[in-house]
Write a protein that binds this ligand. Structure first.
Ligand code: ADP
Ligand code: AMP
Length: 218
């Protein structure tokens, strides 16, 4: 199954992607995670994109699409993928369509997770991340041991771009450049809308139900 998770920053895309990846046995591909890991490892790509991420802007479309193209070539994508944070602009969506066509593939469903801006700003101030991809919240979804990932035991970190002024800039970027994708995918009959302002498990159940799947063990 080829899925895209769409929605503003902080909607819960990463959180849901981890759950969906476990349930559907397909990889979670987060362009944001790929960029952050390159920044941490100080690769050439990391050096190129570091200031862009810190400012809340978007990495150029060509560069972002190249990274996704490479990632799709890995073996674990043969049964599908969950895209989290990509595509984020109309040119990216068009390039992605071409990329999939060349692979004889298509997008099955786009899950649009909706959350109001004021809820997002509150969520981001308490977000804690792990390099393994798991996402926590200091009050809403805390780890068992403060500051430590339940899944892999690594120390959690706060994202540089989760400061309030950067969150507001990222929300503006979302409304200007990413929200037109809702219309783009609606016209193709691919959008499923899910309320992201419920608790994490309810949102997950709603997504699984919309995909016609039974969530077990959650
Ligand atoms: P995104 O990937 O869309 O930017 P995240 O999955 O990182 O969003 O979630 C942003 C923050 O909100 C995290 O701290 C996460 O724990 C928290 N969160 C995610 N889903 C929910 C939810 N349904 N209710 C409350 N908090 C949530
Ligand atoms: P995310 O982890 O999805 O919130 O992304 C964090 C940051 O990475 C964004 O604010 C952008 O600077 C950059 N980024 C992630 N995905 C994309 C994309 N598809 N296109 C452009 N920039 C991206």
């Amino acid at each position: 199954m080829n899925l895209i998770l769409l929605g503003p920053p902080g909607a819960g895309k990463g959180t849901q992607a981890v759950l969906l990846s476990g349930a559907l046995k397909i990889p979670h591909i987060s362009t944001g995670d790929i960029f952050r890991s390159n920044i941490k490892q100080q690769t050439e790509l990391g050096k190129k994109v570091s200031d862009i991420l810190a400012s809340g802007g978007l990495v150029p479309d060509d560069l972002t699409c190249e990274i996704v193209k490479d990632r799709l070539q890995q073996d674990d994508c043969r049964n599908g993928f969950i895209m989290d944070g990509f595509p984020r602009t109309l040119p990216q969506a068009e390039m992605f369509e071409e990329m999939l066509k060349a692979r004889n593939q298509k997008i099955d469903t786009v899950i649009n997770i909706t959350v109001d801006d004021d809820v997002i700003v509150k969520r981001m101030s308490g977000r804690r991340m792990c390099s393994c991809g798991k996402v926590y919240h200091i009050t809403g979804n805390p780890p068992k041991q403060e500051g430590i990932c339940d899944a892999c035991g690594s120390a959690l970190y706060i994202r540089d771009d989760d400061r309030e002024e950067t969150v507001l800039r990222r929300l503006k970027t979302y409304h200007d450049q990413t929200s037109p994708l809702i219309d783009f995918y609606s016209k193709r009959g691919l959008i499923i809308e899910v309320d992201g302002d419920k608790d994490i498990e309810s949102t997950f159940r709603d997504i699984m139900a919309a995909l016609g799947r039974q969530p077990d063990g959650v």
